[in-house]
Design a protein around this ligand. Structure first.
Ligand code: AHR
Length: 496
């Protein structure tokens, strides 16, 4: 039995709901056959969007959805995605060299915003600063946000079915500008950011501009970028970081050491946040550069998803991915003073997805269930937790070196009169008993305990067995909670 202290007098900050954000790119099967099936499809749909996905997605309160990429964003011309669908051009996609598929532009600005409205999410557009000009982006903002009946673009928007402004607030200034987004060095990007931001900010009031930060642990990007950016008058509202914890073994067939290795790599998110924040704080840019981890997740070898490799990057999602999800969301909650948005990559039929879909088939992955189990943290006050540490030893399968990771990942928050405590027990074989010790408050006796686990961490849902991994809820006591091995748990209790 371990004592877990829940310390209300030590609030960590408000958990931005946007930490529970998502990402959807025009790649493989994310949009076509995933999110969008077309209005004439026999698959139940709302305005062409897969109804089962709309319903399930809406149920987890998605706060924000990033679009249209990813790398695709850097070759996207927004004008291709407006007007009558049968007149829209078919283009090369960024990913065409990998999967020989083309972009039909059936989902464009209006359709994407429509989808966001159906599920209750704010749209977050990633602007192309590699192959379009600042004026092109200004025009897109004008088209989306200018008041009805004012500019020629506002009138065109009305002609295309949306008289009212679309009010797109979040705008990324490029994507991965250290890579596919222009192959820039950090100093060059800092100048490009300032140039694009000057025009974008002037195009509509109240825009939140997000700058491109590093690839994972490339601290030098942040250091060099800030060296140029820090003198800028042009504020940004978020500094984007991408971190894929990658792979260890196959998506489904992995060893126990692979299991621990991947969780340890996922835990590196903690360092990414802390070290970037140290640099940002060093330049005094905490207000302008809160962290937006706008792509994160596991990236397993191709081909494990139901389409058997047809959908680029589509992967199966096991109980191991669910534990990575819980570990990562707990890290974000505990760093809610630094991280203001995060977007898991990607929504459906892709990396670390919440859904797998193909024709009439549609399932929820274990990752979906974790988002559902954590949703009460959105907008709550995170509080400090303390528990006796315990390390798990494993052999890193790449280097064969002995390594360690913490057995428990925990975060807690209070919203109104409700405590939400989320715990991931990462051990494959040891259960955990936690004695809850509220400090500075008291809890009512009854708790609702939801557990997500399976006989084997390789367990997953597929079209033949859609509910192989799903949570169970039981009534329990808020004094003491038992958490089985390899389990994600949510404990919800009322304050007394
Ligand atoms: O999510 C897949 C790709 O990963 C995105 O297009 C890119 O931004 C990242 O490298």
């Amino acid at each position: 039995m371990k004592n877990l202290y829940l310390i209300k007098p030590l609030p960590l900050g408000t958990i931005s709901p946007l930490i529970y954000g998502h990402f959807s790119e025009h790649i493989g099967g994310v949009f076509y056959d995933g999110i969008y099936v077309g209005e004439d499809s026999p698959i139940p749909n709302i305005k062409g969007f897969r109804k089962a996905l709309v319903d399930a997605f809406k149920a987890i309160n998605p706060p924000v959805l990033r679009w249209p990429g990813g790398c695709f964003a850097e070759v996207y011309d927004w004008r291709d995605g407006i007007g009558p669908k049968n007149q829209r051009p078919t283009r090369l996609n960024w990913w065409t060299p990998h999967d020989k598929r083309f972009e039909p532009n059936l989902v464009g600005t209006h359709e994407f915003v429509e989808f966001c409205r159906l599920v209750g999410a704010e749209p977050y557009f990633a602007a192309n600063i590699t192959s379009t000009t600042p004026l092109d982006i200004r025009d897109w903002i004008d088209y989306c946000n200018s008041p009805q009946g004012t500019t020629t673009y506002a009138k065109l928007r009305e002609q295309n079915g949306s008289p009212e402004p679309l009010n797109v607030k979040y705008w990324g200034v490029g994507n991965e500008c250290w890579g596919g987004g222009g192959n820039m060095d950090p100093e060059t990007y800092a100048h490009e950011f300032r140039k694009y931001a000057a025009i974008m900010r002037n195009s509509a009031p109240g825009l939140q501009l997000i700058g491109c930060g590093p690839n994972g642990n490339d601290w030098m990007w942040t250091e060099k970028f800030l060296r140029v950016f820090h003198t800028s008058e042009h504020a940004m509202s978020g500094y984007s970081v991408h971190y894929y914890c990658g792979r260890s073994g196959d998506a489904v067939n992995f060893s126990n050491d692979n299991y621990y290795h991947l969780l340890a790599k996922a835990g590196f998110m903690e360092n990414i946040i802390q070290r970037n924040w140290n640099l940002i704080s060093g330049w005094g840019k905490q207000v302008q550069c809160p962290l937006f981890v706008d792509e994160w997740g596991c990236w397993h070898p191709d081909g494990s998803g139901p389409s058997k490799g047809y959908n680029l990057f589509e992967q199966q999602s096991t109980m191991r991915d669910a534990l990575v999800t819980a570990l990562t969301l707990n890290i974000f909650n505990n760093h809610c003073d630094k991280v203001k948005m995060a977007n898991v990559a990607q929504l459906v039929n892709n990396l670390h997805c919440l859904f797998l879909a193909g024709k009439e088939n549609f399932i929820l992955t274990p990752t979906y269930h974790v988002f559902n189990m954590f949703k009460s943290h959105q907008g709550a006050t995170a509080i400090k937790t303390a528990v006796e540490g315990q390390k798990i030893a494993f052999a890193n399968p790449d280097s064969n070196r002995q390594e360690e990771l913490e057995k428990l990942s925990i975060s807690a928050s209070i919203k109104g009169s409700q405590l939400t405590l989320t715990v991931a027990n990462l051990s494959l074989d040891e259960p955990e008993q936690l004695q809850l010790n509220p400090v500075g408050f008291q809890l009512k006796k009854d708790a609702c305990i939801t557990l997500l686990n399976a006989q084997d961490v390789r367990a997953h849902n597929d079209f033949d067995a859609p509910n192989a991994v799903e949570p169970t809820s039981i009534s329990g006591s808020s004094d003491c909670v038992a958490i089985p091995p390899a389990t994600v748990a949510t404990i919800a209790a009322e304050l007394a």
